[in-house]
Write a protein that binds this ligand. Sequence first.
Ligand code: MN3
Length: 177
Amino acid sequence: MRLHHDKHHQAYVDKANTALAGSTLESRPVKEVLTRLSDLPEGSRTAVHNNAGGHANHTLFWQIMTPGVAGEPVGPLADAISSTFGSFETFKENLTAAAINRFGSGWAWLVHDGSGLAVVSTANQDSPLTAGSTPLLGLDVWEHAYYLKYQNRRAEYVAAWWHVVNWDEVARQFGVL
Ligand code: MN3
């Protein structure tokens, strides 16, 4: 995770800043950048899409993890998960399936799509923000996220990851919608 944070995430930040230099969105928050990609010159749009997406995705990823917890959500977030998916266990199964079935590099997400909660998956560093959804919980399933420790065993990584989800932070993301 340290290598992931210090090297992979840093590279997205550096490349996003390079691609945004001199553009009208250069000083805008990354969430705004990701919803205004069409305002960018065509020549830099793909680089911003990928690298600003990588920055936003990883920023949330670090926030929604914490060591030494294995809890479940409580309060309004727990209620919303139960009413949307039927139960917390079913939600976990859905997100796990989205993570395992993502072909190649990408992410599995719990998002709010404007009308309610949903589990979705995106390819590469595509952010749910670009599709108009707000990500509440994101799971990185690029091989760089797990290969050092789990090699090809993505399912083991996903199962272990559930033990470090910071539900207080996910609830905070949900609460400010
Ligand atoms: Mn990553």
